[in-house]
Design a protein around this ligand. Structure first.
Ligand code: PMP
Ligand code: GLN
Length: 414
């Protein structure tokens, strides 16, 4: 037979509304224009020296072949002791904890393992960009529970409003995906929100995916509440963590899922054919580091260090016309620029990057992509996981942007 060079035509896209993630897009734009990048969420702090040494040592010690599919046993041991000690939650090391290539890979695997065609999945809106495409690929249908973006004041300030989730539950709901501390708003769980969630889910067959990758990064004396700690929620819940966030090492891509045995069994069926296992020497180095006193101190300082950075940023822009509610957890701060500019966040964040040298993340990509054209969002997200010089530079740029708008206001208002 004569070979032909006909190019096969693509089938319809499985993700027709998906483009390059906003994080990659804004980082590329920042690089292109030499802008300060407080957009994509990564610290510019180094992982602790003893941790880096521990990873190098693991390579030199010959830990260079596949780790077990479930993850390094010593790392799983640390995770199980952490849940027991900090959250009173028991996870069996062999059957209930799995290490993935970042939290991303095990979140993805969990969604593929549990969601069937036509199943409904409730996510909070705004939501981290990974969930919806993963649900679509599994054939699921997304229902969005819209959260207030300026959290209510008072005792429950910033609490995830779970009553919105209740309104969306139907007999087709398979999974609720929740994220606290929340990206991008910083909202945290309260005891009350977890209690309410457990009442909403009780008597149903609904699973809970609790993305807690910003875990202990909580501010203003709040406790870090994990859904794992809730007695009633525990049996239907998968909790996720990321060493990228905890150790200033997002590029290492080591994360985990902890879930009851019957759920873990299904997650691992996907995980073993997805990544199978991830960076063995990095896992071992992290495990060896985590059992040291330096690691205990590092983890206990994480919240206060980021809180001081948040405060530094907000004190620096307090006299501008940006509106903000201090983030309650995580390392992102939302600022509302609506007093200064009425245009959409996509347009404005591009312009700030190109013209003012400051790259931020627009909020609308965290919303329902189908509706974003109708919704004019006037908020951007700033990553404050940066050294103090970068934060001071961010403040200077935001103040300059504020001043620019004020001096050009008559022009911009026409
Ligand atoms: N969930 C949320 C809310 C995130 O912000 C991120 C991003 N880093 C992840 C999951 C993924 O974490 P990892 O880098 O460990 O894959
Ligand atoms: N989670 C990071 C953020 O929210 C980005 C991770 C990524 O680029 N995929 O900025």
């Amino acid at each position: 037979m004569t070979p032909t060079s006909i190019r096969p035509s693509l089938p319809p896209s499985k993700l027709p509304h998906v483009g390059t993630t906003i994080f990659s897009t804004m980082s590329a734009l920042a690089n292109e224009h030499g802008a300060l990048n407080v957009a994509q969420g990564f610290p510019d702090l180094d992982p602790p020296l003893t941790l880096r040494d521990a990873v190098k040592k693991a390579i030199d010690d010959g830990v260079n072949q596949y780790s077990p599919m479930t993850g390094d046993p010593k790392l799983r041991l640390w995770i199980s002791e952490m849940y027991k000690g900090e959250h009173g939650a028991i996870y069996d090391i062999d059957n209930e904890i799995t290490i993935g290539a970042g939290a991303s890979s095990v979140i993805f695997a969990s969604i593929q393992a549990l969601v069937h065609k036509g199943d409904e999945v409730i996510i909070v809106d705004p939501a981290y960009d990974l969930y919806a495409p993963a649900v679509h690929l599994a054939g699921g249908v997304i229902k969005r529970a819209t959260l207030p973006l300026s959290p209510n004041k008072g005792e429950e300030e910033g609490a995830i409003d779970v009553s919105k989730i209740d309104e969306l539950i139907s007999d087709k709901t398979r999974l609720v995906i929740i994220n606290a501390p929340h990206n991008p708003t910083g909202a945290c769980f309260t005891r009350k929100s977890l209690d309410e969630l457990s009442i909403i889910l009780s008597g149903t067959n609904i699973f809970l995916l609790s993305d807690e990758v910003y875990g202990p990064i909580v501010h203003d004396g709040r406790p870090f509440l994990s859904a794992a700690s809730h007695r009633e929620l525990h049996s239907r819940t998968m909790v996720f963590g990321s060493f990228g966030k905890l150790l200033h090492a997002t590029g290492w891509k080591i994360g985990w899922v902890a879930a009851p045995r019957f759920i873990t069994k299904e997650i691992r069926k996907v995980h073993q054919y997805d990544v199978f296992s991830t960076g063995a020497p990095i896992q071992r180095g992290i495990a060896n580091y985590l059992f040291t006193d330096q690691a205990k101190q590092h983890l206990s300082e994480l919240g206060p260090i980021y809180e001081a950075k948040r405060d530094r940023l907000l004190a620096g822009i307090k006299d501008t016309d940006f509106i903000f509610t201090p983030a309650e957890g995580g390392y992102f701060q939302i600022i509302d620029y609506s007093i200064l500019d009425k245009r959409s966040d996509i347009e404005v964040s591009r312009e700030w990057t190109i013209k003012h040298g400051l790259a931020t993340i627009p909020l609308s990509p965290f919303r329902d992509s189908g509706k974003s054209s109708a919704l004019i969002e006037r908020r951007v997200r700033i990553c404050f996981a940066k050294d103090d010089n970068t934060i001071d530079e961010t403040i200077l740029k935001l103040c300059a942007i504020d001043a620019y708008y004020k001096s050009n206001r008559p022009l911009l208002d026409v």
